[in-house]
Ligand binder design. Sequence first.
Ligand code: GAR
Length: 186
Amino acid sequence: MRIVVLVSGSGTNLQAVIDAVKAGELDVEIAAVGSDVPGCLGLKRAADAGIATFTVPPADYASRPEWNRALQAAVAGYAPDLVLLAGFMRILDAEFVAAFDGRMVNTHPALLPSFPGAHGVRDALRHGVKVTGVTVHLVDSGVDTGPILAQAAVPVLESDTEEELHERIKVEERKLLVETLRKLSS
Ligand code: GAR
């Protein structure tokens, strides 16, 4: 299974996938890692692992549809079987989603359908839930609305800050993501 991974930030989920592949625990080929954020740590992790990288910053395009088409073309150029959104923080338009229909997976730091969007951890904490977690799901044209593939629960502690809770979610997220990719590849 050839995958292209899209990242916007620190890339710890990407690193978990890289490590699992290197350890022979996950039979996927990471064809390339792409980002909307030039120089982000996720891109550096990919380059350090000898993986091809590409960057498609929205600021380089006159309109959002043009940016979507450019990113879509860059991803399609690697002919992936699956596109993984691992901390990719931009919304992809319907045409992009249709191009990889049923072959695009996102990981989200909350138990969907609760707390979709860019601040899943903060929103769950502010709501006062006692249990939150992580969801790995197929991407459809909505925001974090596609069919759920796997979830893991994480208890919220009284003392939690957003950062502390997110870090504990990410420990579970990395395991769940690798496990879900393993199932998909087999
Ligand atoms: C992850 O927790 C991921 O679920 C979240 O960003 C983090 C990226 O961490 N994504 C979203 O919130 C998407 N709505 P990473 O860059 O260290 O993998």
